[in-house]
Design a protein around this ligand. Sequence first.
Ligand SMILES: [Zn+2]
Length: 326
Amino acid sequence: VDLGGTLVRAGAFDLQGKLLAQREAPIEAARGPEAGLERIEALIVGLLHFVSSTKTFRLSLLRGIGIGCSGPVDPDKGLINNPHTLPTWENVPVVAWMQDRFAVPVRLENDADVAALGEYWLGAGKNVRRLYAITVGTGIGAALVIDGQIYRGLGGSHPDGGHQVIDPSGPPCYCGAHGCWESLASGSAIARMAREAVDARDVELADSKHKPVQAGSLHRNIDPSRIDAQWVAEAAIKGDALAMQVMERAAYYFSLGVVNVATLFVPEVIVLSGGVMKSAALFIPAIEAAMLRHNVMVPAAKVRILPAQLGHLAGLYGAAYTVVQS
Ligand SMILES: [Zn+2]
């Protein structure tokens, strides 16, 4: 099961990782945890009926249920505690609920962790021992897998690479720090920098009426609220000067975080995924240059930077792997 803020996805896998069937439904979290858990249960029941009807599958063959969920979770106690993206979901005992209904082992993990496990099992990190996975969307999620195990901090905590400080004089982050990686290189950071660039350009133009508008510049009349990372990336690819500057800055900040990861962990592979990484071509030159600059104390240049292979299903594969490996 892969549970996000808007959608819940469920898949039936065999032990080799073949995806036999999948279903999805809106989670409508605000209707409350109980309605949500019933919906997840119904998805699983639907999948079991489906594989029972088409394969030589009996219910007694069900090995377990793995669940990846966005935001803070407690894997040991089996609790989801994420009122940020799942409104009203505080200390929700998803593991106990599913164990009670299906009478099999149930595992719960953070979504960044299951996505990393999925790529380790059957994606870009197949056959490597150490993998660091970075997902860049609205924020930046990150996870480290070593020999098939998720690396955890004390008390089972999930280390949060997205909030490593890249520039202490940078913009404030909602976590309370300044210049976090996420506030400088995520999709929302790119959109914010583009809005600031448009504002600054407009001030400049008002100051100097005779200055010619730079050809290809971000459109003067764009409604700033419509600017998002995808829009900026597309404008940059078309050669828009302001958009290219913004993407170059974001790529530079992004590369600093990647270099920190390489320097701290020297994994064989760093896997990049998420909506913003659909424009990975705009980031790769900066990352490669930074890795070469930092190839002195650690063999950073040998760390392979790879696009994720499982796309939006990485979390589902990883959730299945938590069952297979246990
Ligand atoms: Zn932060």
